[in-house]
Design a protein around this ligand. Structure first.
Ligand SMILES: Nc1ncnc2c1ncn2[C@@H]1O[C@H](COP(=O)(O)OP(=O)(O)OP(=O)(O)O)[C@@H](O)[C@H]1O
Ligand SMILES: O=C(O)[C@H](O)COP(=O)(O)O
Length: 483
């Protein structure tokens, strides 16, 4: 298997060149006005927690990013979004703020939270609002319920939220209606009311204006911090912006955009992308987008066998997408044309069946016997990948190198995770683009070492493909400032 990387695209940010300093926005100095990057060696979630106490720090440019800012001189980035950090204390004090977060966390059969990452990631914005005397009305979905479904209630989140916020969070039984209005009226400054799962209403996913209007009616302004749901045009992510002004980005949303768009749009070079996962078909957009940006592209995971086969190699019973052979050939040609160094694994760990206890052996990529399937990248590939990564200043990773869920085939993925942690400690910007690569990084215990770990699965993939996220697009534009 191989590794993969995440590309980036910038259709979200329309960049124009200007020589006039008067027309430069703040984004001309800070790469994008919705924030500046923190130190590349800081951990994503740790730095978020830090910025909760001092939200301005999220804007502070680290020494590593200041060189990037320099290279952006003369650029005006438009379509940038206003942030909660742009609002003054007077804008917030006593105001009812509708905060959309993505608190879609996994629960076990006993309704215990098995991973609270998304709750912790939402805390900085909520704390900032509390500290500024706002009344926080917190909204989220959980799962994909069809109507009111008790097992998808947000009630199990209340104790953890209360613990992290240091106050007693009040829970509403609904997300609209008279009871909610009463609870909002009783909310003190600095208080937090958690609304019930907004997807208990089918109108949420249909983005029905009347429903959005009802949600908006209980608040004065809107903060969207739900990065993981920003690719959905739903009533609580997009619809409410039509009824609430200002509508601004929260700190988590800012940070995700900083890394998944900002750090990749003008990276410290060399810039490597590692892309893995099961199928090339699900990563076409990401690979194509990354090829426009990166210097080195490392490929791993199940997708590499389609590339091998396209080159005429035998792949045994490895995962292959026969209808994507031409695509693999054209991606290789595109890499050449763009001057991107495309690295495919040179050896693989093969198995006689798809199982944790399969027999395994290491063979050159060109010597996979019939009846065997490649389930991980081999030691030579790991060495080559590590050497290539050693030269980089920015790395983005999306998708495991192999079937890391099986211990026997986890070495390639784990070595990439460890290598990125090492690089991070040396000041390289390391970005984990969501999905299984995040699980791998957590499994290895190096999550806190990375510059940024995305809280979005589908949202991060869409962003890396260069798609515009409706939940971001709908927010107010930042006011340009002369510099
Ligand atoms: N050689 C391989 N053969 C079969 N499956 C593989 C191979 N290498 C990796 N995989 C599987 O790919 C899966 C992850 O692929 P996927 O495309 O979902 O990547 P991802 O980046 O996690 O995507 P997402 O961000 O959408 O979750 C893992 O479950 C892993 O076991
Ligand atoms: O887990 C996610 O990716 C987000 O919470 C979005 O959930 P959804 O795919 O059900 O919209």
């Amino acid at each position: 298997m191989a590794s993969a990387t995440a590309p980036t695209s910038l259709s979200l940010l329309k960049i124009t060149v200007s020589s006039s300093s008067a027309s430069r926005s703040r984004a001309a100095v800070l790469p994008f006005s919705y924030s500046g990057l923190r130190s590349s060696s800081s951990s994503g979630l740790r730095s978020l927690a830090f910025s909760a106490a001092d939200p301005l720090t999220i804007r502070a440019l680290s020494s590593s990013s200041s060189s990037r800012a320099k290279s952006n001189r003369g650029l005006v980035v438009s379509a940038v979004k206003k942030s909660v950090g742009d609002l003054s204390a007077a804008d917030l004090k006593g105001k009812k703020v509708f905060v959309r977060a993505d608190l879609n966390v996994p629960l076990d059969d006993n309704q215990n939270i098995t991973d609270d990452t998304r709750i912790r990631a939402a805390i900085p914005t909520i704390k900032h609002l509390m500290q500024n005397g706002a009344k926080v009305i917190l909204s989220s979905h959980l799962g994909r319920p069809k109507g009111v479904t008790p097992k998808f209630s947000l009630a199990p989140l209340v104790p953890r939220l209360s613990e992290l916020l240091g106050i007693e969070v009040v829970k509403a039984e609904d997300c609209i209606g008279p009871e909610v209005e009463k609870a909002v009226a009783a909310l003190p400054e600095g208080g937090v009311l958690l609304l019930e799962n907004v997807r208990f209403y089918k109108e949420e996913e249909k983005n029905e204006p009347e429903f959005a209007k009802k949600l908006a009616s209980i608040a004065d302004l809107f903060v969207n911090d739900a990065f993981g749901t920003a690719h959905r045009a739903h009533a609580s992510t997009e619809g409410v912006t039509k009824f609430l002004k200002p509508s601004v980005a929260g700190f988590l949303l800012q940070k995700e955009l900083d890394y998944l768009v900002g750090a990749i749009s003008s990276p410290k070079r060399p810039f490597a992308a590692i892309v893995g996962g099961s199928k090339v078909s699900s990563k076409i957009g990401v690979i194509e987008s990354l090829l426009e940006k990166c210097d080195i592209l490392l490929l791993g995971g199940g997708m590499i066998f389609t590339f091998y086969k396209a080159q005429g190699l035998s792949v045994g019973s490895s995962l292959v997408e026969e209808d994507k052979l031409d695509l693999a050939t054209s991606l290789m040609a595109k890499a050449k044309e763009k001057g991107v160094s495309l690295l495919l694994p040179t050896d693989v760990v093969i198995a006689d069946k798809f199982a944790p206890d399969a027999n395994s052996q290491i063979v050159p990529a060109s010597a996979i016997p019939d009846g065997w399937m490649g389930l991980d990248i081999g030691p030579d590939s790991i060495k080559t990948f590590n050497e290539a990564l050693e030269t980089t200043q920015t790395v983005i990773w999306n998708g495991p190198m192999g079937v890391f869920e099986f211990e026997k085939f986890a070495a390639g993925t784990e070595s990439v995770a460890k290598k990125l942690a090492d690089l991070s400690a040396k000041g390289v910007t390391t970005i984990i683009g969501g999905g299984d690569s995040v699980a791998a990084v957590e499994k290895v215990g190096v999550a806190s070492a990375m510059s940024h770990i995305s809280t979005g699965g589908g949202a991060s993939l869409e962003l890396l493909e260069g798609k515009e996220l409706p939940g971001v697009l709908a927010l107010d534009e930042a006011t340009p400032v002369a510099v």
